[in-house]
Ligand binder design. Sequence first.
Ligand code: NAD
Length: 507
Amino acid sequence: MKALLDKLKIEPVNPGACTGPDGWISDPEGKPLVSYNPATGEPIASITQASATTYEAVLRQAAGAFRTWQTVPAPQRGAVVRDLGTILREYQAPLGELVSLEMGKIRPEGLGEVQEMIDICDFAVGLSRQLYGVTTHSERPGHRMYEQWHPLGIVGIITAFNFPTAVWSWNAAIAAACGDTMVWKPASAVPLCAIAVQHLVNQVAGDHHLNGVFNLLVGSGSVIGERMLNDTRVPLISFTGSVSMGRHVAETVARRLGRTILELGGNNGIIVTEDADLALVTRAILFGAVGTAGQRCTSTRRIIVHKSIAADLTERLKRAYAQVTIGNPLDDGILMGPLVEEQAVTDMFAALERVKQEGGEIVTGGSRLPDKGPCFVEPTIVKMPRQTSMVCEETFAPILYLMEYGTLDEAIAIHNGVPQGLSSAMFTTNLLSSERFLSATGSDAGMANINVGTSGAEIGLGFGGEKETGGGRESGSDAWKVYMRRQSNVINWSRDLPLAQGIKFGD
Ligand code: NAD
């Protein structure tokens, strides 16, 4: 562990705030935060969190840096992001391992998380030459109209524990290409990943003589988070986290008429039709429900299966779950690591108690695994007679609910009958069923797949969800537009002043 931490410049005690290569701030008023390995419950290292005083210093740097960064030509900003992608390639293994160590996802998923960072950097480099606005024809003679996109300002990035590095990069790579500066507040369970990323960013920033573009503030939600939400110097808050916290973020930022990107909880379902390829769907469900120990926003939580094949699918899932190797996420051959902290274990078993009261029947799993460590659990499948109130909640743990349906309309009604709307899928070999699922009256989620599971999105499309998931879009496609301000321009190159709509005024 020491060699890994050394490689990533993690000290036993780390400053929690940084504004660039020379800008680490060890706050004398800052409270300590200890980061624990969820696989063993042992401390890894600690961080001196930022206080309100440091917050002010960092915000001033970010605001100052924006004044010049916004004037750097976008392709040159893209060159900085390209270098970020290069250093991430170089450090993919240690950074991915730190993600596993601190968050608990297995090593291949930790490496995959860093790959996502690399991919979004590649995307943002190309984007830096494609920040297109439209032109259109004016109704007035001798006039030209077009839209252009200007940098927005400081982006506040508040991230969840489960993707300790990738979610930052989805925002940071795009925001940097768009000419914004940014302040990152990571989740308190995974501060070391953020410190490690900041060290890598600093190397790139140093090469480009940049200070104040990429800033870090490790601190509590009540001190640092609240300040960001209420700060009019931060025009955009990109928030990833739970629905309840997202609601507070939305209300607070809306009160000052700021902008938000909300990436909140999901409750993702897969409809399995009677003609589905059951071998394929079994593999997809296994990865979706057990991967990251059910702690992805896109984790598969609900299976809505045609009653004619429900018994067959249940048997296949039981067999597949029996093969899941559980243990230290850094060990070879392990498929599932621990939950992030003991509270998550408590929450999982409280949820299981409630579903049992609601008529749920455990098909497999349902136990803690204390011999492996305090945060280990069995992945669990629960057969539900109907979609009860507990099923409508997101429990951030490996619980999978199985429900049966008779008609496709019924399946879609069950699927859409939850408050969240992030990711969804249908496994089918029937074109009519798949088109129905993707139609306007089909899945109401932000992402809808056919014969592809709910989790493991690529960066190319917009990522995000509807309803209580918050409506935000990040990552690829045209998600960049939220990170910029749109300006509509009309230019009159005639010597007259015709008014729009043919209005005559005093002539
Ligand atoms: P959380 O809501 O507990 O915390 C999210 C972030 O909010 C953390 O950084 C936390 O420190 C911060 N925070 C806490 N109090 C705050 C305050 N008063 N003001 C501002 N920020 C504050 O979520 P979590 O447990 O870290 O993550 C799990 C949740 O995140 C799940 O619901 C999951 O579905 C969701 N998530 C969603 C997506 C998505 O893209 N839709 C991606 C990852 C995770």
